[in-house]
Design a protein around this ligand. Structure first.
Ligand code: SF4
Ligand code: MG
Length: 294
């Protein structure tokens, strides 16, 4: 890891471990965009914590050279939030898939948005459980035949960005793994937002998701920057434009509220505190206390 935050290079984030994802998996582009954004923002690996959920994306935990944790399925957000609250000198990222985050751990997503923890959360949305060989997730298109639904999925899919926008968030973006330049710009803005930055990345899973492959997105993805009158501070506009997941799929930073305080800033007990919580950890002698209960 480099020790000089002022001079951060792309190669600083390279790991000696080789990637094992399938050919053309959307995860490659996402890692590339993430590293580019970190370098552009001059954030060194020693100042970066990345917490990975279980899933194909999670197998990237040792493929990037920062502080990384490979967590428990669906529980990545509380771990990342705790780490961020303990040491705000670290830039904290959490990564999860549409499987773990929108089923097992959806409660954590809801409360992280309510609390507005200051971290970047990236939802890898490839619309299936890839690691466990192609089961339907909460975002798999209705009617599509999956290993766990041989007769076709019978439930309506969740639109993650629409769902998050219903919870009064402070930063919502949607990117596409086929556009690394745009995804890099999105990550840069997410990094600079103070609060919970939700970034959904629509990505290809060529091995198990033939319903919405790379070319399907290429034909549909649009950039909100093409609209001169698009107002990112207007949540009503974001809610409207994010709905379409069939014809014109809006990408970019869709909503941003820079006027609210994040969770830590709102805590009266931390007002005027100069130290980080991690610096306040101390050993306590509890032998005497325990004796009382003998
Ligand atoms: Fe990527 Fe899908 Fe292969 Fe997993 S199964 S590595 S998500 S292409
Ligand atoms: Mg998935």
């Amino acid at each position: 890891m480099t020790n000089n935050s002022k001079c951060v290079k792309y190669n600083d984030y390279f790991s000696d471990q080789l990637y094992t994802w399938c050919t053309n998996c959307g995860n490659y582009a996402l890692h590339s965009a993430l590293k580019r954004a970190l370098v552009a923002e001059k954030i060194a690996p020693k100042d970066t914590l990345m917490v990975f959920d279980i899933g194909c994306h999670g197998n990237g935990a040792d493929k990037i050279d920062a502080y990384t944790v490979h967590g428990i399925h669906g529980r990545v957000i509380p771990f990342a939030a705790g780490a961020q609250l303990a040491n705000r000198n670290m830039k904290v990222f959490a990564f999860g898939g549409d499987g773990g985050i929108l089923s097992e751990g959806i409660n954590h997503l809801v409360h992280a948005i309510r609390c507005d923890f200051d971290l970047v959360f990236v939802l890898h949305n490839n619309r299936n459980y890839g690691l466990t060989t192609g089961q339907a997730s909460a975002t798999t298109p209705k009617g599509f035949e999956m290993n766990s639904a041989p007769n076709g999925v019978t439930e309506e899919p969740i639109n993650p960005t629409e769902f998050v926008l219903s919870l009064d968030p402070t930063f919502v973006a949607r990117g596409f793994s086929g556009n690394i330049k745009k995804l890099t710009q999105i990550f840069k803005q997410a990094i600079n937002h103070q609060g919970f930055s939700f970034v959904e990345v629509l990505q290809d899973c060529p091995t198990y998701n033939s319903a919405t492959p790379h070319n399907w997105y290429l034909e549909r993805v649009i950039d909100v920057d093409i609209f001169d009158n698009y107002d990112r501070s207007d949540i009503k506009q974001a809610k409207k434009i994010c709905k379409d997941m069939a014809e014109k799929i809006a990408t970019g930073v869709l909503y941003k509220n820079e006027d609210s305080d994040d969770y830590y800033t709102r805590q009266p007990s931390r007002k005027d505190m100069k130290s980080e919580l991690v610096e306040e950890v101390q050993q306590e002698q509890i032998t005497e206390l325990l004796e009382e209960f003998r």
